[in-house]
Structure formats: C-alpha cells, structure tokens
Design a protein around this ligand. Structure first.
Ligand code: PGA
Length: 250
C-alpha cells in the first residue's frame, strides 16, 4: 500500500481526480468503480470541471458503483443512483446505460446480485475508488463480512445507519438493508484508491495501517491487494502521519 498525504480535503480530491483522468485519457474502454458518501463529492466536482474545460470524452467509460440501498427508488434523493446523477453523471457526457448501480428495488435481490457480479466480471474494473467507513467497512461490507464475498445483500450496521442519518430526515428513514459489491468483487479491481479525510476517520485509518488483516475490519484486506494507494489528508494523518510502517509517497 502506498500512502499519499494531502494537505487537505481539496488536495485529496484533486489528487484522486488526477488518477481518474489518467485512466480516462490513457485506457481504451476504461471501467471505473465508483463510491458515494461525503468523501468523493469534490473528486467528482473536479471531473466535471475538467470536462467543462477540456471537453473530455466519456463515450469509452463504463462505471460500476459499490452499493445501493434496498427499497429506495432512483428518484429518491437518498438513493445512490440519485447521488451519482446529481454529483457526476448529469454533468458529463457518459451514456447512462454505461453507468451501473445495483437495483435496490429488484424483485429478486439474489438474482440482481448475481447479474451485477457477472457484469463486473465481463468488464473488469481498472480503477476502484473507495471511501472508508468509521467501522472499517468498504462499500457496505460491514465488520464480519466474509473476505470471499461477491455482490450480496447486507444488513447495515447500526453505526453505519447512524453515520448516514445525516443525509436523511431521521435515523428511522435510513434503510436497514443494501446491496453491495463483496470484498472479493472489490479485490478483483486492478487498482484501488482509498480516500480518507477528516479527523473522525483517524481511528479507522490507524487500525487499517497498524492492525491485522481480519474480517472484523473489512478494509484490512486491502493490505493484500497489489496496487492500493491511500490518499489521506492531514486532518486524518496528522503532521507526521499515523504509522511509520509505510512509505509516504508525499
Ligand atoms: P463518507 O462514508 O464518505 O460519507 O465518510 C464513507 C463510507 O462509509 O464508506
């Protein structure tokens, strides 16, 4: 794992967007794995700014999102389809049929999960963007998720529902279930960027860097992936960084 230390959230987002541009500009038929949540919004804003300035083409880009709440329609402002349209897809010329997000309204959820995994396999993800949950989740793979998991249905942890309640009117409105790419689905990506910002993620990042690889802390599996870059800001790394066990690239 490589760690890049960014000055702040803005620089973290800028560095992440540069990695994404690099793929968009240099890989034919590129497939990106995308994340939602508070962390990547400015990264997406940089992609939009770049498009507006450079007229960047997206006709060769396919995307797969990590997860979606079960029970929310694409028009619900808290669904991840809505989030992606609002923060990125509505502002760049990507054909909507090339953007994939699990269908949280599917009648047969098991079938939806299998079909999603198959689509991922047909494309192969060149670059996966991840955020880090305070409890160590990646996607919605909560603590205890089997490292061999493919796309599956999850019961959201109380801590995840509480963390995400800030986007809803109340905690009761936060769905209790979601579809998420599994740990195995994520680990199949050729390259992964984990974005971590803000002091509230300090404990989680410290555990990731200094702890064991263990299913009780899903993100720990990333240590076994050959091409992971963590881009974290000073607020979470501190002045010198939280761990001396790794090389800081910046
Ligand atoms: P956040 O969520 O970006 O809203 O902090 C990250 C996550 O839970 O994966």
């Amino acid at each position: 794992m490589k760690i890049i230390k960014a000055k702040n959230y803005t620089e973290m987002s800028q560095l992440a967007s540069e990695r994404i541009f690099d793929k968009i500009k240099n890989v034919a038929n590129v497939t990106l794995g995308l994340a939602t949540g508070g962390t990547p919004t400015r990264t997406y804003q940089y992609l939009i700014d770049d498009y507006e300035k450079n007229n960047t083409s997206y006709s060769h880009v396919t995307t797969f999102n990590l997860d979606e709440y079960i029970g929310l329609s694409p028009n619900d402002s808290n669904s991840y389809r809505y989030y992606m349209d609002k923060h990125l897809f509505n502002h760049i010329p990507i054909p909507k049929e090339q953007t994939h997000i699990p269908n949280g309204l599917a009648k047969d959820l098991q079938l939806e999960c299998e079909a999603y995994e198959k689509k991922i396999d047909n494309h192969g993800i060149d670059l996966q963007i991840l955020g880090l949950g305070s409890n160590g989740h990646i996607g919605f793979n909560e603590p205890g998720t089997n490292f061999d998991s493919n796309t599956h249905v999850v019961n959201l942890a109380d801590s995840t529902r509480e963390a995400n309640a800030r986007f809803f009117n109340s905690l009761e409105e936060v769905p209790t279930k979601a579809i998420t790419m599994g740990i195995r689905s994520i680990m199949k990506s050729k390259e992964i960027i984990l974005l971590v910002s803000g002091e509230r993620k300090k404990e989680a990042l410290t555990r990731l860097l200094d702890g064991e690889v263990d299913e009780s802390f899903p993100a720990s599996i990333l240590k076994q992936h050959p091409n992971v870059t963590i881009i974290a800001d000073k607020a979470v790394l501190g002045e010198k960084g939280v761990s001396l066990a790794y090389n800081y690239a910046n």
